[in-house]
Design a protein around this ligand. Structure first.
Ligand SMILES: NC(=O)c1ccc[n+]([C@@H]2O[C@H](COP(=O)([O-])OP(=O)(O)OC[C@H]3O[C@@H](n4cnc5c(N)ncnc54)[C@H](OP(=O)(O)O)[C@@H]3O)[C@@H](O)[C@H]2O)c1
Length: 331
């Protein structure tokens, strides 16, 4: 078997309010599984199995990505091949889609996710977006404005807490939440979110949100760390950034490695998608070298622009009338 590199872990506070505070951890580097357009199941399954072979132990999926079943199949095969000894060696995240973001639909949704994955528990379950949509029979990654509804944070989060209490997930968290929306959630939460998964890369560094989450003990997971080039939610700007190109050249690293190393040095966990074995390995090779202070300074000076604006969330009758409201001014 190939060399398995050791990916460092970040402490994840699972039940911070309990007396016997249960500590868990999240591997800092995970494999994203959102591919657009969707890829054939066999291709995705083989890619995930390859990722396990080369050493990935943290996997990010979501009900809406349609990769839960293939991730489950890859995990089952990895177990039967002895690539991992037990399911506990893996860290699996999935997410509640907006159509299920209603108090009474959260438990059925996590049960469906677990059934898709063939697992008894998740490591982390996230609210995918801070918005609900009218319940639907099937998942569609395209947002339909006429179905938008404001989310009742209190009751949806109570159901998320129930998922954790029942042992269906070890930790719960949110995704695409601004500081203001986290404050609202925290005002009634009994279990604070362990993680906020958001876009983060050298072109959208999330300094304000990171400082806020650090104060609240919430781990940031960076998605689209390479800018998701070619995806409808992505930008070519990261992979084409001249500053990053120059740093990569000088260090004899790739631009992707510079992005991932930078994110790692910021103390966040990162999920990066690649279904290509060589790029998977390249993306893991970020732990035995570091950026120089002057390189970090240059990255700090890159003009900031959100790649995933999510302007499709703006609608006349939905919860967000403007981009200002989606991101609470952080645009
Ligand atoms: N919570 C949310 O709302 C949300 C939103 C977006 C994403 N996510 C999660 O975050 C994960 C990662 O983000 P992402 O998929 O949006 O974008 P990303 O990881 O920044 O970029 C993925 C793209 O970069 C390519 N790539 C990967 N490694 C590379 C390398 N070393 N050199 C050059 N190209 C490389 C991939 O192609 P190949 O596969 O061909 O290598 C793919 O086209 C997703 O898969 C998903 O799990 C969450």
């Amino acid at each position: 078997m190939e060399n398995i590199s050791n990916i460092p872990e970040l402490a994840l506070t699972v039940v911070p309010n309990s007396i016997a505070s249960d500590k868990s951890s999240i591997p800092v580097l995970g494999l994203g599984t959102a591919a657009y357009p969707f890829v054939a199941s066999e291709v995705a399954k083989e890619a995930i199995l390859t990722a396990i072979k080369v050493g990935y132990r943290h996997f990010d999926t979501a009900a809406v990505y349609q990769t839960e079943p293939v991730l489950g199949e890859a995990i089952a095969e990895a177990l039967s091949l002895g690539l991992v000894k037990s399911r506990d060696e893996l860290f699996v995240t999935s997410k509640l889609w907006c159509t299920d973001a209603h108090h009474h639909l959260v438990l059925p949704a996590i049960h469906k996710t677990l059934e898709n994955l063939g697992l008894e528990y998740l490591d982390l379950y996230l609210i995918h977006w801070p918005m609900s949509m009218e319940p639907a029979e099937s998942y569609d990654i395209l947002f339909k404005k006429e179905h938008f509804l404001p989310m009742d944070f209190k009751s949806v989060w109570e159901a998320m807490e129930e998922c954790q209490k029942l042992g269906l997930t070890k930790a719960i968290g949110v995704s695409n939440f601004s500081c203001k929306k986290i404050e609202i959630l925290l005002s009634t939460a009994k279990i604070p979110p362990a993680v906020n998964q958001v876009e983060m890369n050298p072109l959208w560094q999330q300094k304000k949100l990171r400082e806020f989450c650090e104060r609240k003990g919430i781990i940031i997971t960076a998605y689209s760390p390479l800018g998701a080039k070619g995806a409808p939610w992505g930008t070519n700007g990261v992979m084409e950034c001249e500053t990053l190109k120059q740093i990569a050249e000088a260090k004899r690293k790739t631009l992707a490695q510079v992005c991932l190393r930078w994110a790692y040095e910021q103390g966040v966990s990162v999920v990066v998608k690649s279904f290509n074995k060589e790029r998977m390995k390249e993306n893991m090779d970020i732990f035995e070298w570091e950026l120089l202070p002057e390189e970090v300074d240059k990255i700090n000076q890159i003009p900031q622009k959100r790649g995933c604006q999510a302007s499709e969330l703006v609608s006349d009758n939905g919860p967000f009338k403007s981009l200002e409201e989606v991101w609470d001014g952080d645009i």
